[in-house]
Design a protein around this ligand. Structure first.
Ligand SMILES: Cc1cc2nc3c(=O)[nH]c(=O)nc-3n(C[C@H](O)[C@H](O)[C@H](O)COP(=O)(O)O)c2cc1C
Ligand code: SF4
Length: 559
């Protein structure tokens, strides 16, 4: 009797199991796998019964059989939960995820949509690079009553359009070989982040258009040298191209490269807006013989950019290092690039300028809206001061220590049009750099896969089969055209405002809507310090406390 009950329980359990399996097989989750399995079995069965049909059924059998095997694999694999629950069908999700950016761009993006750069901005760069009609019909698509909307003021007596080859001289009294720079230049992007062809086209475009090309921190590559354009040589904490075996700075190597005629300025990278305070590692596997040679690192070892510099550790040390860079380069303009973080640190650098009497020839201020090849999301989205506040802070701090006349200020951070340039220059920039604007001129389609080495346009890849897509002679013209057309547009804006040179732009030339009914002038939003105000003692809340905290012997705040 007990045995009969056990057998019944077992049978009941087995039947329940089978019913569950059958129910699962026809549930939406597993239906695709079930159908594939059934169709495969059916086709094989028909083929066995009628041998003459077997050949004709071979291809469908192989297709459905392969899908069934894939489904079974999906069921048992452990890396993707969604595939375990939706065998075969969940692959569609992965496919759609893969092409999502393209689908958005092609079908759903409006003119003002698109991130980081809207479709409108990308389109105007493409049109200018191709010298196509860059005008728009019918009227603005901007909501001019939304909070944050900004505009530039025109004059009732506009000037005739000025010379569009706006240039400035960079190099203070301690620099014997100042550089006459365009007000619009190619921002720092390393060989490694960009392909050889991209570097070639940018450099030759810069040469053709008479502007400068920043090497980025990855060293001066043969592709930078090949085309003969003016270079700004950037060194970061890895000192690539001028380092000892242990990663420390090598002055002889620096002097050797910096003395090359094509290098017009030398730049110390303190930080970059998209990932300030974050070092970098190029994994050993990606350190090719070519990259190892250019960067001066060992092949087969991780190539590390530490978060901090090893050549100095205090504001005074940093100024002495800048003086050393200037001396070793043969008295070319020497400066640094940073994104503003703790405000007392920048003021500590200013105090060190006063203390040592050493001033950089230029400072490039990058905003946290700036671009990168790859960075952690938290760093990109939430670390560092945005460009406009940063530029205005540096501009005012230099006024406050009576150094604005000798130190030029560059700005970078989503500057792609003449309006972007004019706005940055009104609040303190002497010139502007663009990285992604020039990438668009090379053909970048903002597919946002720079970090995967699968760039569809050959701009940011080291895969030669992809990089070949970038046709250098054509892109040289486009880089040059984009620069030329942007400065042409800037000259029109300047003339409309009744001015002759963008250096005449002031905060009072711009306004911003602060609510639907209120408007403020940039002069109210970005008030200026008086010359020497920091030295004399300031009550300005943007500077007062930070100035007290700043010390020349440490980047740490005073206790
Ligand atoms: C692909 C890529 C690589 C970059 N590499 C560097 C670099 O080596 N050194 C540096 O200082 N900035 C680097 N940057 C930052 C740019 O020079 C620039 O400061 C920033 O992108 C803001 O300009 P944008 O908004 O015009 O792109 C890189 C940016 C991009 C997009
Ligand atoms: S096309 Fe895409 S992957 Fe290539 S540079 Fe542009 S954003 Fe990066």
């Amino acid at each position: 009797m007990a045995n009969d009950t056990k057998a019944q329980d077992w049978l009941q359990g087995w039947l329940n199991g089978v019913m569950t399996m059958l129910a699962l097989a026809i549930s939406p989750r597993f239906i695709v796998l079930a159908i594939c399995g059934l169709v495969t079995a059916l086709l094989i069965g028909i083929g066995i019964v009628d041998r003459k049909l077997f050949d004709a059924l071979l291809v469908p059998i192989l297709i459905f059989g392969a899908l069934t095997l894939l489904g079974v694999y999906d069921l048992v694999q452990t890396s993707h939960a969604v595939l375990r629950n939706y065998p075969i069908s969940a692959h569609l999700r992965f496919l759609l995820e893969e092409i999502r950016p393209e689908m958005r761009q092609y079908f759903f993006e409006s003119e003002k949509d698109g991130k980081p750069f809207s479709r409108d901005i990308r389109a105007v760069v493409y049109q200018r690079a191709k010298m196509q009609l860059d005008k728009r019909p019918f009227g603005t698509q901007e909501d001019v009553y939304r909070e944050g909307y900004e505009w530039m003021h025109h004059s009732v007596s506009p000037k005739t359009r000025a010379d569009e080859k706006f240039r400035i001289t960079i190099g203070g009294p301690d620099c014997a070989r100042p550089y006459s720079a365009s007000v619009f230049n190619v921002s720092a992007m390393s060989f490694g982040a960009l392909s050889p062809n991209a570097i070639r086209a940018l450099n030759a475009g810069a040469r053709k258009g008479g502007f400068a090309h920043d090497t980025g921190e990855g060293g001066v590559s043969p592709y930078h040298r090949e085309m003969g354009g003016d270079l700004i040589w950037e060194i970061g904490s890895g000192y690539f191209g001028c380092r000892n075996r242990d990663g420390s700075f090598n002055p002889e190597e620096f002097a050797r490269v910096a003395s090359e005629d094509r290098i017009k300025m030398v730049e110390l990278k303190m930080s970059q807006g998209a990932k300030p305070g974050h070092g970098g590692v190029l994994p050993a596997a990606k350190v090719s013989a070519e990259i190892a040679k250019i960067r001066g690192v060992a092949m087969g070892e991780d190539c590390i950019s530490p978060a901090a510099h090893s050549a100095f550790s205090t504001p005074i040390g940093m100024m002495q290092f800048i003086a050393e860079m200037r001396r070793l380069s043969g008295s070319k303009p020497a400066g640094f690039k940073l994104c503003i973080g703790h405000t007392w640190e920048f003021l500590a650098i200013c105090k060190a300028m006063l203390e040592t009497g050493i001033y950089p020839d230029f400072i490039v201020v990058d905003g946290n809206e700036g671009g990168t090849g790859a960075a952690p999301l938290e760093f990109m989205d939430h670390l560092g001061m945005p460009m406009r506040q940063g530029v205005n802070f540096v501009h005012n701090a230099l006024i406050g220590i009576n150094a604005r006349g000798r130190v030029k200020v560059g700005a970078s951070g989503k500057i792609a049009t003449a309006f972007d340039m004019a706005r940055a220059m009104a609040i303190g920039a002497d010139w502007c750099n663009s990285a992604r604007g020039f990438m668009f001129s090379l053909g970048c389609i903002q597919s946002l896969s720079c970090h995967t080495d699968r760039c569809p346009t050959g701009v940011s890849t080291q895969d030669p089969t992809r990089a070949r897509a970038l046709h250098v002679p054509l892109k040289i013209d486009r880089v040059c055209n984009y620069h030329h057309a942007t400065l042409h547009s800037l000259s029109e804006l300047i003339a409309a405002a009744g001015l002759e040179h963008p250096q005449e732009l002031r905060p009072v030339h711009f306004s911003q809507r602060t609510s639907t009914t209120d408007v403020k002038s940039f002069a109210q939003l970005y008030p200026s310090l008086r010359p020497g105000e920091l030295i004399d003692g300031t009550d300005d809340p943007r500077f007062r406390d930070a100035w007290q905290l700043a010390r020349v012997d440490s980047f740490q705040p005073a206790a």
